[in-house]
Design a protein around this ligand. Structure first.
Ligand SMILES: [Zn+2]
Length: 55
């Protein structure tokens, strides 16, 4: 039984490394929280760039 796929809204989020302040843009929920390539720690959300304002 295949359920109808829910449309998932993409959110562009700017994430920052808490240690070296390296930033990058990811798209949730398609991508998961990135790991800083330098510090090997999970990056944190700095700013949500798109707000869910549909319908
Ligand atoms: Zn880092």
């Amino acid at each position: 039984m295949i359920k109808k796929a829910k449309e998932v809204r993409q959110e562009a989020v700017e994430v920052v490394c808490p240690k070296c302040r390296e930033t990058c843009i990811v798209y949730f929920p398609k991508e998961s929280m990135p790991i800083c390539p330098y510090c090997k720690v999970e990056m944190i959300i700095k700013e949500v760039l798109t707000e869910g304002k549909y319908g």
